[in-house]
Unconditional design. Structure first.
Length: 156
């Protein structure tokens, strides 16, 4: 398995998150030409961005949050790739179980970063992110195995 494609997805998320930070700080109207469009991962929908912004994080929190979520997304796709290669008949159940473990790990990291006031907005973000990841295509790999639609890898 080539982990580099998963790192690319994580780096794309971090780039997107920095765009979120820039969007929060940018004036509402731009006097010049529009900036060039940024190619976002398919799971990085407008709803995911809005939910992240709604957490209302400080700059220091944004960095730690981006790192934690980037690690989660990388681990999520790596886990699906690994489980898909096993070709077990209970793939969906295995993915759901292992992803639950990854989410608990993410929650544990973010409890140290976010305040109790920010936690409800994070829980909303997590729900939106999970929904988008469930239908997101897996990052491409050479000879890549792709998970089945509805199992976190593919739109069908």
């Amino acid at each position: 398995m080539h982990v580099s494609s998963f790192r690319v997805a994580a780096l794309a998320f971090m780039l997107t998150a920095s765009c979120i930070a820039a969007a929060e700080d940018a004036p509402t109207t731009s006097p010049g030409a529009a900036p060039p469009p940024v190619q976002l991962p398919s799971w990085m929908s407008g709803d995911v961005v809005k939910a992240a912004v709604a957490i209302n994080m400080t700059d220091a929190q944004k960095h730690d949050f981006n790192e934690a979520v980037g690690d989660y997304v990388t681990d999520h796709f790596a886990m699906i790739q690994k489980e898909a290669k096993r070709e077990a008949p209970d793939l969906e159940q295995r993915v759901r179980s292992r992803d639950g473990s990854l989410l608990r790990k993410l929650d544990d990291r973010l409890r140290k970063i976010l305040t109790t006031e920010q936690w409800p907005a994070y829980e909303d973000y997590r729900k939106v992110l999970q929904k988008e990841l469930k239908t997101a295509p897996l990052p491409q790999q050479s000879g890549g195995t792709r998970a089945q639609p509805g199992v976190g890898g593919g739109r069908g």
